[in-house]
Design a protein around this ligand. Sequence first.
Ligand SMILES: NCC(=O)N[C@@H](Cc1c[nH]cn1)C(=O)O
Ligand code: ZN
Ligand code: ZN
Length: 478
Amino acid sequence: MANVEKYFKLVDQSQQQFIETLREVVAIPSVSGDASKRSEVVRMGEWLQARWEALGAVCKRVEPGKQNLEGTELDLPPIILGQYGNDPTKKTVLVYGHYDVQPALLSDGWETDPFTLVEKPDGRLVGRGSTDDKGPVLGWLLCAETHKQAGLELPVNLKFCFEGMEESGSEGLDQVIVDEADKWFRGTDVVCISDNYWLGTNKPCLTHGLRGVSYFHLQVEGPGADLHSGVFGGTVHEPMVDLVHLLSKLVDSKGHIQVPGIYDQVMPVTEEEEKTYEGLEFSHEALARDLKNDIIIHKEERDTLKHRWRFPTLSIHGVEGAFHSSGDKTVIPAKVRGKFSLRTVPNMEPAKVSELVTKYLNDEFAKLNSKNTMRVIETHGGRWWYSSPNHPNFMAGAAATEKVYGVKPDLTREGGSIPVTLTFEEALGVNVLLLPMGAADDGAHSINEKLDKRNFIQGIKLLGCYLYEVAQTDLTAV
Ligand SMILES: NCC(=O)N[C@@H](Cc1c[nH]cn1)C(=O)O
Ligand SMILES: [Zn+2]
Ligand SMILES: [Zn+2]
């Protein structure tokens, strides 16, 4: 039996054990955006490092510095760099993933405790981080552990980079990658990232594009303290009124961004690109099912995909400082911060986006003749990434997908952002492949996030099989 077949067989035999490992890591609430959970994020990084070291990997814990979160100075969680295998006759694959997760509370609407993995009868493994990104991060570890258990060597040398701040802007990571490009990452032939999703629920895909993100806070402040609306309503400029007015000027109800000039840098759609939307496993019917309501703006599937992949969008996320609890509080909040972000696409420049957004909001605020103070703050950003899928690294991903799932993968771009993708490509000068494990309906960032057992188990095979394909592929045949 070929090594890859032996590997597949042992993966099949280890399914329950793998689920137990996923349960163990989901139980660590490694929420990077919550200052009170920082020790849990660190614990999760340490868990990973210990497990890789037990396997024989050489690890380096990099402390990327400090962060100011909610007024508290905090150590950024460690970046765990690793090397597993160092055979000069083998190729070297660098894998990246993140061990932090989005916040999750039972009161958000979860059916069960978000940090207790629940295996549902329909095969869903429900828990925060199951698909984003603990399942895939475990996938690489379980692949290596299974090889060892089967007495097999990995077909390539593996390097890894696991961070704990991806859900909060990957603070500190870019600098580490640049600093380590000629040191820890030296000799990397290709990079593979498993941190995104299939387009639908049945057909796997390879991803060759991501949008960037520019995140803004729009702060309006007036009185020195919250006020009684019965006493002061109609007599003072209310920060919340100004803020709501400004937020309403950002995007219309059809999703069209109102900031002048924002579409000027967007690459036009070519005839060649039009063809790439054909034959993809994507339907409005399935999308409406995932959304649990048909609230889709566009008539044609291809327009929905274009607005997800290759046009900029603007979303309003929340308001800090506003009254938001149940009950009826008659307050005029003194200082409010609206939060919104723009997803950016080829060929938008982050600095230009920032300039246009700031100028527009200043102009709109000036029209209000308000005595309040307004400030636009860009809190974090990440660049878009677009790569040709004609690289041998993608051929290896496609061959592995066909072996595991028996189907040619769709070629997709993604609406979300993994800014480190471009950093790896530029700093290491190698091709990066996005090879997702999860499906479109996994609910990453949402309530009841899940990873299907099928995707977890087949995904572990897929990641391993991809390594075998890379080992056999001429990566110079571009
Ligand atoms: N799985 C990728 C992902 O969810 N990325 C986040 C990155 C991000 C940007 N700002 C905060 N998080 C995304 O929202 O796209
Ligand atoms: Zn992720
Ligand atoms: Zn995420």
